[in-house]
Design a protein around this ligand. Structure first.
Ligand SMILES: C[S@@+](CC[C@H](N)C(=O)[O-])C[C@H]1O[C@@H](n2cnc3c(N)ncnc32)[C@H](O)[C@@H]1O
Length: 271
């Protein structure tokens, strides 16, 4: 049984996660928050959420603040989610002439890694130039999982049999029921911690950015700031894919709509 959270306590966590991650947590999340943070209260043998909030306020509590952020994020994801984006990518790659230039793709809220590995499989299969995938997330726990590339077989339904054969290893014995992304593919995906709600580290420019199913947690000013930051990282002519249930309608930007949820940064016409 988790402890009752008061309105004032909930407001403190709402404010904390908004200030740090840009995540707007509505009232409906109360039960979820109680369940998730309740485990930390038990861990520290605390008797109220206010005590836990005081704990994460301490300047030394860097690691616990990260644990708290990890617990307040929603990380649902799966391989080849919203398959139309991968069909679009396949067509795009098939149409590109061979080149020596590295094609750079960024999965900007990569959660436990299913999205960047789906991108890597698609690139390994169809890209006729060197390529690189960067996966990033605010959650340290999700990044650790993503780097392992080790998943339950139950989560791999959407991976085509040919891809399973080429890019994954099936566990046997003690690993029965699990799947490991092959080392050669894992090594081509770099995972880094990035908070999209803060100034970005130096990342260079990308040809394609996947920013999917994260803007749903942001309010309009946060979405605007995140889109401004990401568009800066997009090469002229590069593409941005957002989740099918998301939109850029209420935002200012110069991107061109190419297909539902796929945008293109215009090529430079003036220098
Ligand atoms: C629902 S998952 C989406 C995963 C994947 N893009 C997909 O569509 O399946 C949302 C992810 O966004 C991350 N996230 C939330 N706020 C963030 C922020 N400010 N910066 C970076 N990542 C954030 C969460 O940790 C979570 O892993």
């Amino acid at each position: 049984m988790s402890l009752h959270i008061t309105d004032a306590e909930f407001a403190d966590f709402q404010d904390f996660v908004y200030q740090h991650a840009g995540i707007s947590m509505h009232e409906g999340k109360k039960a979820l928050i109680c369940a998730r943070l309740g485990r930390r209260l038990q861990h520290y043998q605390l008797h109220s959420y206010a005590q836990y909030f005081a704990l994460i306020q301490s300047p030394e509590a860097v690691a616990e603040r990260q644990v708290c952020i990890d617990l307040l994020t929603t990380n649902e994801t799966y391989f080849f989610r919203e398959p139309r984006h991968f069909e679009w990518l396949t067509q795009l790659l098939r149409g590109l002439p061979p080149s020596d230039q590295t094609l750079r793709v960024w999965s900007a809220a990569s959660s436990s890694g299913e999205e960047p590995y789906s991108l890597a499989m698609t690139l390994a299969e169809h890209c006729r130039q060197p390529w690189q995938v960067v996966g990033s997330d605010i959650s340290q726990r999700m990044l650790e999982r993503a780097r392992l590339g080790h998943y339950s077989m139950m989560r791999t339904r959407n991976i085509a049999p040919a891809f399973l054969k080429r890019y994954c290893l099936r566990g046997t014995g003690s690993q029965e029921g699990t799947l490991l992304i092959r080392k050669e593919l894992r090594e081509r995906v770099e995972f880094i911690q990035i908070n999209l709600n803060q100034t970005l580290p130096p990342l260079g420019q990308f040809d394609i950015i996947f920013l999917r199913n994260v803007m749903i947690y942001f309010d309009t000013p946060t979405k605007q700031a995140v889109i401004d930051r990401l568009v800066q990282q997009l090469r002229p002519g590069g593409h941005l894919c957002i989740g099918h249930s998301e939109s850029l309608n209420d935002l200012q930007h110069k991107l061109q709509l190419q297909a539902p949820s796929i945008f293109r940064k215009p090529l430079k016409t003036w220098t």
